[in-house]
Design a protein around this ligand. Structure first.
Ligand SMILES: [Zn+2]
Length: 483
């Protein structure tokens, strides 16, 4: 997925939220420095980047040899994880690891990451400072496709697990690690892994996936902030079909298929979905307020009192508006092939990104209602549909572990705030088999790194890598030993 913190931070008013009370902070569990130094972790990630594990829509075998080689590399590089957690191959590519806990009454946790990466856009190869699959280590970074999205996360998570096993970690709670193989082209692997969990009669206490990170210089506060994804949007495309009499264009009826289609699209766009500031936005604003000066801080500290002002500001910007409501984007239109012939049909595709408050079903009903006065217009869903998972809690023990570990890996006093992603992650496949879904790794990014994700010159800071390992160790250890 594409991290979209810019979409949250861009306008200066975020769509984040935070716990009003800072969570309890567990002691960070440091990585074993002898085996997991920043340099050693960078080398490991550099090797991982060299596997061109590119997923291709409709062609699951496109990079099969690369995925197989990457799997062998994982087994060789993290031998204890391989031996003790016996990865199952799911759907010829996804890897599902299990470390059984000693107490079967405890629900497992799931750490998710995807092995696949997006291709380098043809024609942009020259814009990379270092070749995208070289895994070059230079200038304090590991460079290459997948460093941020998301082999950095993947390698640091498995390295964390390896170090815990080296130390004899025996959790009470079962730990699963799932590495999908096709997140960028649909995520069938994640769906199959969630089904695997369900087939075992299990339900996850929480899932931890990509989607949130730490930002070194956050635009609103000028300092570091941890952003934890507590929700993401759903996905629905619909086809609008308008039918009218065809014939010669010299004697058209009052209503043509193309005219009707245009009116239908306008009717839908002119009936937007509700946009509202609700959970977890007010909490987030309160958490960021102390970091902000003057009137901005005063207003942010009182998000209910100033709700209409804040909503008005968020509605002004495309990025922030997208985080508080379901978006409507007409993307394809077809109809007619000859200049003097009236088509009998015209069609359009509209892509919606569903806010958690709107289901695919309710969104469909909303749009049908908007065109109900137009005879000859039908609306049907096309392609994959995914409802947004519910927004996860920003209180309770699971949140305390996830957010508390984030606090302990940020400079003192830096706020940790939840946000709603406008992009999708593999974790959505677990929405019916997990109590909570969180999205976070402390990658210490700068805002301009965001454009490198799916773009050129993707890179990750080497000095962030030990903190990522430590973060995953803390989360796995805390959750694993939580009785
Ligand atoms: Zn991703």
């Amino acid at each position: 997925m594409k991290l979209n913190i810019a979409a949250i931070a861009g306008a200066g008013l975020l769509l984040l939220s935070a716990c009003a009370q800072p969570p309890a902070t567990p002691d960070a569990i440091e990585p074993n420095p002898s085996t997991r130094s920043a340099e050693a972790l960078a080398l490991s990630l550099s090797e991982a980047i060299r596997f061109e594990t590119i997923s291709e829509m409709g062609n699951p075998d496109a990079s099969r040899a690369e995925f197989d080689a990457f799997r062998d590399w994982l087994a060789a590089s993290f031998p204890l994880v391989h031996a003790r957690m016996a990865p199952e191959d799911i759907l010829h590519g996804s890897l599902w690891y299990t470390l059984e806990g000693t107490n079967p009454a405890l629900d497992p946790i799931v750490i998710l990451a995807h092995q696949d990466v997006v291709p380098v856009e043809p024609g942009t190869e020259d814009q990379w400072v270092y070749p995208p699959f070289s895994g070059t280590i230079a200038d304090g970074y590991v460079w290459g496709r997948g460093t941020l999205d998301m082999k950095g996360f993947l390698v640091m998570a498995v390295a964390a697990m390896e170090t815990l096993l080296e130390e004899g970690f025996t959790p009470e709670r079962t730990i699963h690690i799932g590495f999908g193989h096709d997140e960028e082209v649909g995520g069938t692997g994640a769906v199959a892994m969630a089904e695997r969990l369900e087939a075992q009669g299990r339900r996850a206490w929480f899932v931890l996936d990509e989607g949130g990170t730490s930002i070194e210089t956050f635009p609103m506060t000028g300092g570091p902030v941890g952003l934890i994804g507590v929700g993401e949007k759903g996905f629905l495309s619909v086809e609008i079909t308008a039918r009218a009499r065809g014939g010669h264009s010299s004697s058209p009826p009052p209503e043509t298929a193309i005219g009707l289609l245009s009116r239908a699209i306008n009717a839908i766009v002119d009936n937007p979905f509700e946009h509202r500031i609700d959970h977890p936005v007010p909490d987030m604003m309160r958490a960021l307020a102390p970091e902000m000066d003057g009137m901005a801080g005063f207003v942010m500290a009182r998000p209910v009192l100033f709700g209409s002002v804040l909503r008005g500001q968020m509605m002004e910007d495309d990025a922030t508006r997208a985080t508080i409501g379901t978006t409507i984007a007409p993307t394809i239109i077809t109809g007619g092939t000859v200049a003097n012939v009236l088509p009998q049909e015209a069609r359009a595709i509209i892509n919606l990104r569903l806010h958690p408050r709107d289901s695919a079903e309710s969104a469909l009903a909303h749009m049908r209602g908007a065109v109900s006065h137009l005879d000859g217009v039908t609306i049907e869903p096309v392609g994959r549909i995914s409802d947004a998972p519910p927004i996860s809690a920003t209180s309770g023990r699971a949140w305390e572990i996830i957010a508390g570990a984030a606090v302990s890996h940020l400079p003192d006093g830096a706020p940790v705030v939840p946000n709603l992603l406008t992009a999708a992650t593999d974790s959505r496949a677990f929405k019916d088999v997990a109590d909570h879904i969180y999205r976070y790794a402390p990658m210490r990014m700068e805002m301009d790194d965001l454009s490198r994700i799916h773009g050129d010159n993707e890179r990750i800071r080497i000095d962030a890598l030990p903190g990522m390992v430590s973060y995953f160790r803390t989360v796995i250890h805390e959750a694993g030993m939580e009785g």
